[in-house]
Structures are given as C-alpha cells and as structure tokens.
Design a protein around this ligand. Structure first.
Ligand SMILES: [Cu+2]
Length: 502
C-alpha cells in the first residue's frame, strides 16, 4: 500500500481507515513513540480534515512524535490508494496493519461532506491499555505535551463512541480560548451577554433575584450546591450544567462548544492570560487591585486547612467585558456547609463581579503536572473524582486538598472562588469546560470501564445519603430536564450530549 507525505494529504486522499504500527525508532528528533495520536484541522468550520490515528508503541516509552510539525493541527496520518511515498508513515517507521473494522466507503463519503474523519482506533485500540504516568518523561508532563497527547488519544477513541443523534458532522468542538480567533471570541462574549439579558423564566415570586436566563442557570447551581460537590454526582452534574449553558449560548448565536481554559498555560499569572487581558476579546480583566488583603485560609477540617496568598486583584472586574455585569442571587453569610434544598439566596442583591486572579493555586493544584497526574494515576471513578476535586475526607496533604478543580476556581478568585455562586463569573464555564475535558480524557482512555459512578448524593456525605447508581437522576431546571446519570456518561452519546475537546 502506498502512502503520501503527511503534508500533501488532502481530503480526497483519505478514503480509508488504517492503524499503523511503528516498527523502527522514530528518526526525527526530539521524538518518542506513543500509542496514539490525533490531529484536527478546522473541522469545526467544516473545511478541514480530522485525522485520528492509533499507534501501538514498540517500546514502553510514550511521548510525542511531532513528525513533520510541532502543531498537532497539521499532523495528518492516513492512508491513500496512490501517490507519493515521500515523508510517509512507512519512512517514519509506521507500517500499516490490516483493518479489523472497516468503515464503509459510502459512509466515509458521507462524512466527507461535512469534514473528513480518518479514524483508526477501531479494533486495535481497545486492546491497548491506558498509558501510565511513568511511561512519560517529567519534562514532557510539565510542558503540557503529555496532556495534549492524551487529548489526542481521547479524541481518537471518541470517534468509535458516537451514538444516537450525535455524529461526527454535528459534534460540538470545545476549544482552548487561545485557539479561537479574536473575532470568534468577541462573538462568544456577545452570546454570553445575550444570555445575561434574556428574561428569566423562573416565577418572580419563587426567585425574586432571578432577572435573566443567566441568573436562572446560577440558581440551578445554588440549589444543587449541597448535592453536587464532593459527591458522586459532581462530574456528571457539571457536565450536564455546561451542556445547559451551551444550549442557551446556541440560542444566542454561539453554535460552537463552550471554550475551555487550559490552566497549565497560565500558572505564571492568569492576569497575563488572553482569557483575562481585559480586551474586548477576553472575559474581562482582573478585579481592581486591593492592597494588603489577608491570606485566604480555607478550613477543610479542624486540622486540615489551605492557605492561599492574595492574588493580583480583589475588587470588581476593572475593564473589558463584564466589568458592568451585575450579579444578584445568593449572598450566603455564616456559611457552615453547603446548602441543601430549600436554600436561601433567592433575593435580589445587585453587586459587581469580583475577581482576584492568582497564579499561586494554579501552580499548586492545576498545573500540567497536576492534571496529567490526575488522569494517569487513577483507574477507577472513585479515586479519580476524589482526587480531581481534592475531597477533604480522603486527602491528607495540602498537595492534594483542593485538587485541579479547586485550583482552577481559586486561580480566578473572587466570585469564582465561592463554591455556591461561582457560575456568576463567565470564566466559571471555561474552567469547568477544562474540568470536563480532563474527565473526558480520563474516561476515553478506557470508556468501557470508566462509565460508572461512585459515592453518595450529598456534600462529603452530609447529611448521610445512600450510594448513587447510574440510574439516579440530575437536572438543570428550569432549562434542562431531569436525566439519568447514565445518559451523561458518554460526551458523544447523543442523548443529549454531543461534544469533544480539541
Ligand atoms: Cu459547582
């Protein structure tokens, strides 16, 4: 079989699905074999090529082989029935393996009408165990290269999991903020503002402070706060919650996925990040700097606490989008725990959006090392969820308390640092998109064994509640109906979810 140069491949070349096996060491440097790679080019716009290939590593060393480019977006790996062999996978040490599951040509052609899918995980991939942390070098972990590779693996594996109404041609792509054009970012901000101005559908007598659809969504979080944090529903509730937001954004013109904020890129200071630079293509600036703020001490138990030094802001968002945003619901005083329904915080208390951007918690809990470790160190849902959330019942060191999720919240600080009303900060959704991305990557490494739940349905099991099952339900009322947890397990399951991360 002949193959073309990666860089010369076009849509029309990619007619079949193929799995390659490396038989020689990669010739290009720096380079180590890895088991899978995936790449994507403008698939969202319907103009490019989505290529996802699976690799079986010859050695135990896993890493990234950049081949002809360091940009994953330009990495094409697929076979064709003719053409040049220059710079081919064969030359690079990949040999085609026979297919165990063929994609029917006519079906492939259908996919080509929207964008091209080259998929190679079927069959062989399922026999490959998820990679292990020790298979990667520390520098590859710390630079984010491994997380990027894992995202590629997850993407490759996702494409054998589509079902129901979710297909490769209608799946929503959730992208990192920086990989969205400035123009599109502005459109995203417009859509958020649209959600913030659409009238609430909640009865005013019930929730007087809810004026907009955005308030409604915040309310859905407030009333569930005591049930969906440090509990068995944490990951799936927030996945569904993000979906609900995505649907409202779509009605306001944003048809793509909710962007995500890759924390690891901003550990040196989120105030320097394009997410928060205060331009009209950002989510607004840091809060106005308030000098001499005390350290924030979060007491988890009488003997376990975390101390976070003040960030670079502290006051109301100073400039850019959302500097004029009024938040309303939920002033919670004398907070001793999470509210359980029925809850307070229904009143109208107009105030500004406060932020206190802070690299300290991002460095401690949400770095590339933290997120990569949480994915690769746990093989069951209980361990994974308690570590990603830093469940205080089980974490016995400051290193583990908070977890990547808590670090992401504390990295924004202010309103986003409040576990009950955090969705009021538009950055909440980006940090939770990143959380769901990590969850999705972890699941996709072994979806069959990672489609279950563990734990109970109350915050640190207070008050005590029974263990949950996938038959239990969650809702984002009034905007999204009650769903069984099992319906939310697969992000491309189609009922209702249909998103991937690129
Ligand atoms: Cu939450």
């Amino acid at each position: 079989m002949q193959v073309k140069a990666f860089r010369d491949l076009s849509k029309s070349d990619c007619m079949s699905v193929q799995v390659y096996q490396p038989v020689h060491m990669c010739k290009k440097s720096p380079c180590m074999w890895h088991r899978y790679a995936a790449a994507i080019t403008n698939a969202d716009a319907g103009t490019g090529v989505l290529a996802a290939s699976a690799f079986l590593g010859q050695s135990n060393t896993l890493g990234v082989c950049p081949l002809t480019t360091s940009r994953a977006e330009n990495l094409y790996l697929c076979t064709n029935t003719g053409g040049s062999t220059a710079d081919s996978p064969m030359q690079a040490g990949f040999h085609p393996l026979p297919l165990t599951a063929k994609v029917h040509p006519s079906k492939t052609m259908k996919l080509l009408t929207s964008f091209l899918l080259v998929l190679a995980t079927v069959g062989h991939a399922s026999a490959v165990l998820p990679p292990k942390l020790q298979e990667f070098t520390q520098s590859a972990i710390d630079s984010g290269l491994v997380l990027k590779t894992l995202n590629g693996i997850a993407l490759a594996k996702t494409f054998s999991s589509f079902s129901g109404t979710c297909t490769p041609s209608n799946v929503k792509f959730r992208r990192e903020w920086r990989s969205i054009s400035r123009n599109s970012r502005k459109k995203f901000v417009e859509a958020v503002k649209c959600v913030q101005t659409k009238p609430s559908v909640l009865p005013p007598s019930e929730v007087p402070g809810a004026k907009s659809v955005y308030d409604d969504l915040v309310w859905a979080h407030i009333r569930k706060a005591g049930l969906v944090h440090n509990s068995g529903t944490f990951l799936l509730f927030h996945r569904y919650y993000l979906y609900a937001y995505e649907q409202e954004l779509a009605k306001c013109g944003w048809k793509s996925g909710v962007p995500y904020w890759n924390w690891g890129l901003d550990i040196n200071g989120p105030h320097l990040s394009p997410v928060f630079d205060g331009s009209d293509a950002s989510l607004g600036s840091d809060g106005i700097f308030i000098p001499n703020q005390p350290d924030r001490v979060i007491h988890f138990t009488p003997t376990l606490s975390v101390v976070i030094p003040p960030g670079t802001g502290g006051g109301c968002v100073a400039s850019g989008p959302f500097s004029d945003f009024t938040i309303r619901l939920g002033i919670f005083s004398n907070l001793t725990g999470m509210p359980v329904e029925p809850v307070d915080g229904r009143g109208d208390n107009p105030r500004c959006l406060e932020r206190d951007l802070n690299g300290n918690p991002l460095r401690r809990w949400s770095s590339f090392r933290n997120t990569t470790e949480v994915i690769l160190s746990h093989d069951n849902i209980w361990d994974f969820q308690t570590h990603i959330e830093g469940d205080p019942r089980f974490m016995d060191s400051q290193l583990e308390l908070m977890g990547p999720h808590g670090g992401g919240h504390a990295g924004i600080g202010g309103v986003a640092g409040n576990p009950i009303i955090s969705p009021y900060d538009p950055a909440f959704w980006l940090t939770h998109s990143q959380l769901d991305r990590i969850y999705w990557i972890w699941q996709m490494l072994d979806l069959e064994n990672r489609s279950n739940v563990a734990g109970t349905s109350t915050w640190i099991n207070l008050p005590p509640s029974p263990n949950i099952t996938v038959e239990d339900t969650i809702d984002v009322l009034p905007h999204q109906p009650t769903r069984k947890l099992k319906e939310l397990m697969n992000t491309v399951g189609g009922s209702p979810l249909c998103h991937v991360y690129v």
